[in-house]
Design a protein around this ligand. Sequence first.
Ligand code: ZN
Length: 221
Amino acid sequence: MDVGLASLVTLDDGTRFDHPRLLRRYAEKLARLQRELHKKVRGSRNRGKAKQKIARVHGLLADKRKDMLDKLTTRLVRENQVLVVEDLSVMTLLRAARGRGRRRKARLNQAIADASWGELLRQLRYKCGWYGRTLVIVDRFFPSTRRCSACHAMGPRMDVSVREWTCPACGALLDRDVNAAANLRDEGMRLYWLMAASLPPGRKAPAVIKASEFEECPPAA
Ligand SMILES: [Zn+2]
């Protein structure tokens, strides 16, 4: 799966799950409350009240996000034996740095997306354990977006606004997110089979395989 801002999750078969609209509504409410807070006098009772209101909306937002992601991750884990994602912790850092200087609302949407990515990964990790599935976390240096999933040639560097591109090597028309998901699937399955081959016969693959820790995995028996 590819995880991003345009769609929360895109699968290699083209299925998309969008960021919940409800969360966007909360984001707008938060932006409004923040603006109101800035107008209140420092140390005043009204400022305290405004702060409480903001804390309450943040709490509600976190609960709703958890509920919505709960349904999505349960479905994903139930329907698949192996799930592949890229290293989201690093992705969050990269995007946050790039988002500097943008408007408050854009930053807020970004913060909400970041929180969703973190929660998504957290839930996938423990549910893969529960259901006996495997989550493969692909290294952040893997070029999931730029590589053509049809012929594996490298495409150009692309701005986030580019949603579709044509592979210069094989001419395939590629949807940015679906192509990334397909690349992650191929790389993740390669790692999965490498790991599976190194396990003693009859032993199940672990719940989480992290590409960056791959050298530390048990060697061939
Ligand atoms: Zn190609």
